[in-house]
Design a protein around this ligand. Structure first.
Ligand code: PEP
Ligand code: MG
Length: 525
């Protein structure tokens, strides 16, 4: 436990709260009564040594998780093995510290989170593993600490001998073995350019995102839990544009009550100190299923019972969440937004649900605050009806992730058709433009909270479409701000009108690159 507490502390310093939480979870595993019971049983009933008992129990637990269907839970097998290995090392009195002596790229079949956190950051130039994927904890830790990492490289241990030079390109997910001297020089130059860019971006932290001709854009961040706000502060967010509240509901057998939700929401409001929190109501269904909901059999769950559709039929869940949100709004600005809306009728019913929650709180004599009520625009129907819907809501936030999948009829979770998934397809852009213009005509604000909002290449289009707010992963913020500060709104407007007429996504990209080049801006990737 002491060692895990130290690791948590080090991870907090080197990477952040998210990363420290991994070791807090490991501490829970050490205390897990099930695991503890099995170890005791093996010692007392089967006469095993403590070390054998720990090895057997953790391996059995990990093997059981590996059988599950859920990617996330399968990934946790590595955590259990990590805890087992550390217990073993403590029991046997052997050191676990395999830190490299010289700054090195680490190549391994798999890495335990404790390895990655224990090694001094300056000794690890990069990580390459055969196992794992983007959601493994090693990947999360590497991302948090800014270490380039590529996971899931089959056969790399065979192909690479100790001492080999490697280029680890975490952004492209590529490993180059034995690079030529020109390649090495190119990489050195790219790294120097990036370092200079990071420094220049840090200087932008407290400057507003405003175009050369004075159009102000609000740059916000997407979060999954209140603690993410503190981690985002170094990037200078002006608010939270999307709080995905699902996190409170996942991995549990019963839904969180109003009180627990209120605590999470008010924590976010307090952390924001007067900046706006856009809270999205529970968006489950499709690929996110909760054990305490009775799911229908559906051939196409992404087109099925999800988002606000589910909320409207489960007033118990919706009311608890809305009451918690309204109570949090007593302490700072909160906007509530509903996912997966397609019709005006839904919006009216959802607004009534908000009024009902307010009336209930009033009756109960609890403090609450007024909230803006908006919708995510993530169905083509909502985008095409934006002019009608604008009269019913206070704001729009475009969910380009789902809007792209529904517009192009390309499942966002399918690897097989991933090449067809393109948020810069002119058809998607045309819908975004329509939403921007409709919001403008109605005098309400509109933003983007899908991944496209954090794409610096897309920024001229989104600004030109008349959007007022872009919400994104915190690390994307400085680069998007740099682009906005280098372009003219008037030119971006003309560009947006032109882009929707182009033939395809590649034409759109080419035109956007040319636009940025003319503005003297270069964009990575
Ligand atoms: C979206 O669809 O663009 C979005 C922001 O929501 P999510 O990714 O959570 O579906
Ligand atoms: Mg969505």
């Amino acid at each position: 436990r002491t060692r895990l507490a130290e690791l948590a502390e080090r991870a907090r310093r080197q990477a952040g709260e998210d990363e420290a939480a991994i070791f807090a979870a490991h501490q829970l595993l050490v205390d897990d009564p099930e695991l503890d019971g099995q170890v005791r049983q093996a010692i007392t009933a089967e006469g095993r040594t403590a070390a054998a008992a720990v090895a057997g129990a953790t391996e059995a637990f990990a093997a059981m998780l590996e059988q599950l269907d859920d990617d996330y839970l399968r990934g946790r097998a590595a955590d259990i093995r990590d805890v087992g290995r550390q217990l073993l090392a403590a029991l046997l009195g052997v050191p676990l510290d395999l830190a490299p002596e010289e700054p090195s790229v680490i190549v391994a079949h798999d890495l335990a989170p404790s390895d990655t956190a224990r090694w001094p950051r300056e000794k690890v130039l990069g990580l390459v593993t055969e196992a794992g994927g983007a959601t493994s904890h090693v990947a999360i830790l590497a991302r948090g600490a800014g270490v380039p990492a590529v996971a899931g490289v089959a056969g790399v241990l065979e192909a690479v001998a100790p001492g080999t030079r490697l280029v680890v390109d975490g952004s492209a997910g590529r490993v180059v073995v034995d690079p030529s001297s020109q390649r090495q020089e190119a990489v050195r130059q790219a790294l120097a350019a990036r370092a200079a860019r990071v420094e220049a971006l840090a200087a932008l932290r407290d400057l507003p995102a405003v175009t050369l001709d004075g159009r102000r854009i609000e740059l916000a961040v997407n979060i999954g839990k209140p603690e993410d706000i503190a981690a985002a502060e170094p990037f200078g967010p002006e608010g939270v544009g999307l709080f995905r509240t699902e996190f409170l509901f996942l991995d549990r057998s019963r839904p969180p009550g109003e009180e627990e939700q209120w605590q999470a929401y008010v924590a976010a409001v307090r952390a924001l100190k007067g900046r706006r929190l856009v809270l999205r109501t529970l968006d489950v269904g499709a690929d996110k299923r909760l054990p305490f909901i009775d799911w229908p059999e559906e051939m196409n769950p992404a087109l099925g019972w999800r988002g606000a559709r589910l909320g409207l039929e489960r007033p118990d869940l919706l009311q608890a969440q809305l009451r918690a949100a309204l109570r949090a709004a007593a302490e700072g600005p909160v906007s509530v937004m509903f996912p997966m809306v397609a019709t005006v009728d839904e919006v009216r019913r959802l607004r009534r649900a908000v009024e009902e929650a307010a009336a209930g709180l009033e009756r109960d004599g609890l403090p609450w605050g007024r909230v803006e009520v908006g919708i995510m625009v993530e169905t083509p129907a909502a985008a095409l009806s934006a002019r009608v819907l604008a009269a019913e809501v206070d704001f729009f936030s475009i969910g380009t992730n789902d809007l792209t999948q529904y517009t192009l009829a390309v499942d966002r979770t399918s690897q097989r058709v991933a090449a067809l998934y393109d948020p810069l397809h002119p058809a998607v852009l045309r819908l975004i433009l329509e939403v921007g213009r409709a919001a403008e005509a109605a005098g309400i604000w509109a933003g983007v909270c899908g991944e496209l909002g954090g794409d610096p290449l897309a920024a001229p289009f989104l600004v030109g479409a008349g959007l007022h707010e872009l919400s994104m992963h915190p690390r994307a913020l400085p680069e998007v701000k740099r682009v906005i500060r280098g372009i003219r709104y008037e030119e971006a407007r003309a560009l947006a009108d032109e882009l929707v007429t182009l033939a395809g996504g590649s034409e759109v990209r080419r035109r956007l690159r040319a636009f940025l080049e003319e503005a003297g801006l270069d964009v990575e990737g």
